[in-house]
Design a protein around this ligand. Structure first.
Ligand SMILES: [Zn+2]
Length: 193
């Protein structure tokens, strides 16, 4: 009986070995899921990519289609988000202090922009993220600032609720918030994280 038991053990092991390749050829749903992930072309999305995609998918957030001071479609705010959503870096404009650079978008800034709509329910237009021309040491060039020109259908400086949006930026963690009444900000709000 003891000898037979050994034989049975060997036989079971042999079945287990041959079952390996067979299992791979006809995978369970779980195995198929692993295979799909393995062959997926994109890397798992980073937090900034995930947030950039969420902002792009938010209907209440719109984007300027041109810069003030130059033409460069690759550095428009929507393109900045598309690049980051696709795992690339955002491009600065070909003029200004940081010409043609590639920079990351800060997750705190992206989270703030998203929640201005999803939490505070503002509909607004972004005029610049890292593109355009700003002061030499501007945090725009570090992907940490957003400029807003339209709020709920009204232009900043022309009866838009800039105070409300500025307050929301501060509550969402912005460290520097500028708007009408501040030098060079009579027609846009600047929120910086
Ligand atoms: Zn700004």
């Amino acid at each position: 009986m003891k000898h037979l038991a050994v034989c049975v053990t060997v036989t079971v092991s042999a079945i287990a070995l041959t079952a390996g390749p067979a299992a791979s050829a006809d995978p369970s749903p779980g195995k198929r899921g692993e295979a799909a992930r393995h062959h997926a072309p994109a890397q798992p999305a980073s937090e900034s990519a995930r947030l950039a995609r969420s902002v792009l998918n938010t209907k209440g957030i719109t984007y300027a289609k041109a810069h003030v001071g130059g033409t460069d479609k690759m550095s428009l705010p929507r393109q900045n988000l598309v690049d980051v959503a696709n795992g690339r870096l955002a491009r600065t404009s070909s003029w200004g202090h940081k010409k043609g650079a590639r920079v990351a978008l800060d997750t705190r800034m992206l989270n703030g922009v998203l929640k201005l709509n999803t939490q505070y329910h503002y509909k607004f237009e972004i005029s610049e993220l890292v593109g355009g021309e700003h002061s030499r040491t501007s945090k725009h060039y570090e992907g940490r600032a957003v400029d807003v020109t339209w709020i709920n259908g009204r232009h900043v400086g022309k009866n838009a609720d800039h105070r409300g949006l500025m307050k929301a930026c501060r509550k969402l963690g912005a460290r520097l918030v500028l708007g009408p009444g501040d030098k060079n900000h009579s027609t846009h709000v600047h929120c910086q994280w």
